[in-house]
Design a protein around this ligand. Structure first.
Ligand SMILES: [Zn+2]
Length: 390
């Protein structure tokens, strides 16, 4: 008997492909805590190729922006509990002006900061196309062997476990040879992935100790790409449109503009999408009202005749985009969506909370506190002084 193959359409590239070429797509990406979003906001209508490529070139382009990257890491610091020490993500400081021995022309020396003031210098391939990615081209750094040099801080000695755990987790999933420039007593650093220095390392250790000792000023270059967020917001709007309003919406006139934005290349005609990026929002109203501290908040909200998707990070950064016209989707407007639906995600805590937009506003005004959000807020920033006093 002949096998009949049923093809399915991918919501991003619109290609028809067999079922086995599809995979789970979180719509709200995992770096924002999307795994904790309600299941109805996830889909299996995205092909593996889009999941991989858009993950790398659209999601990562957003995640690795210098400001976003450091904002996402802040939550780990706020929720720190000294009773249960945990590892901290390193903070990106951009590409340094250092010139360590035998660095190649196609390499950069990127500077990172640990939780207690540790300095980390990572010599990795430069990437012209992804010049603004903190941590370089994610695909290259997974494959190419690189070296990173770690300088422990004086404060590391007082509570070595924090440095220990953070250094252990640093550069996981990348082929980084980790070298310690500092002698550490009482810890076998081979246990956390450090290697014995070879001749090149010994030369470089001498260099970093001389150049990066206490009190020396360093210059770092931070690169920013102003349009890093357009493709990302368009992708979020397309994905949410699909899971909330179904397949039909993909072919609306406005959706065509969203697709132009999703697949935008430098030099293309500007897509006619409505929205605002974080940098263009001078007014702090949306930044403060539409989010929760230390969380990523996604709001889907009817405004006049549009549906607006708003993304807020930590009540400090805010983006919004028109996802569709209200009259096209009016039959799909559930009670949840009527007044605005917010998903508040705390990736560090593995928590996702669904709340209505009016309740979020009331909570942020202090009128009616949302019990779960209030409990999380109580947990955060409890130990801010811990680091100061260490
Ligand atoms: Zn696809």
């Amino acid at each position: 008997m002949e096998k009949i193959e049923i093809l399915k359409q991918c919501i991003y590239c619109k290609c028809a492909k067999p079922e086995e070429e599809f995979t789970l797509e979180h719509i709200i990406p995992q770096f924002l805590g999307g795994a904790q979003a309600p299941d109805e906001l996830k889909t299996r209508s995205v092909c593996k190729a889009c999941n991989n490529n858009l993950g790398l070139f659209v999601d990562a382009a957003f995640e690795k922006d210098f400001m976003v990257f450091n904002a996402l890491n802040e939550a780990a610091y706020s929720f720190f509990n000294p009773e249960k020490p945990s590892s901290f993500p390193l903070r990106s400081l951009g590409v340094s002006d250092l010139d360590p021995p035998q660095i190649q022309d196609n390499e950069v020396c990127e500077s990172w900061l640990g939780p207690l003031g540790e300095q980390i210098y990572w010599i990795r391939p430069a990437d012209e196309k992804m010049y603004w990615y903190s941590g370089g081209n994610p695909r290259t750094v997974k494959e190419v062997k690189t070296r990173a040099y770690f300088l422990w801080a004086e404060r590391s000695q007082k509570n070595p476990i924090i440095t220990y755990l953070s250094f252990k987790d640093a550069f996981v999933g990348r082929k980084v040879r980790k070298i310690s420039c500092t002698q550490v007593d009482g810890i076998d650093i081979k246990d956390i992935g450090f290697s014995e220095p070879d001749r090149l390392d010994i030369e470089r250790i001498g260099y970093f100790l001389k150049e990066c000792g206490n009190g020396q000023e360093r210059k770092n270059r931070i690169s920013m790409y102003l349009h890093y967020d357009i493709r990302f917001m368009a992708k979020l709007a397309i994905g949410l449109n699909y899971v909330l309003f179904g397949k039909k919406i993909i072919d609306s006139n406005y959706s065509k503009e969203l697709y132009k934005a999703l697949w935008f290349r430098e030099g293309d005609a500007k897509p006619a999408i409505k929205g605002q990026s974080n940098l263009s929002q001078q007014d702090s109203f949306l930044k403060e009202k539409c989010g929760i501290a230390n969380g990523a908040t996604i709001t889907i909200h009817p405004v006049h005749n549009d549906i607006i998707v708003n993304l807020n990070l930590n009540r400090k950064m805010n983006w919004f985009i028109k996802s569709t016209q209200l009259d096209i989707v009016k039959d799909f407007i559930t009670d949840d969506l009527k007044n605005g639906l917010c998903i508040v995600l705390f990736k560090t805590l593995n928590k996702g909370i669904k709340i209505s937009f009016p309740d979020l506003i009331a909570h942020n005004h202090g009128n009616i506190l949302h019990p779960e959000l209030a409990a999380i807020q109580k947990q955060s920033d409890l130990h801010n002084d811990y680091f100061k006093n260490l």
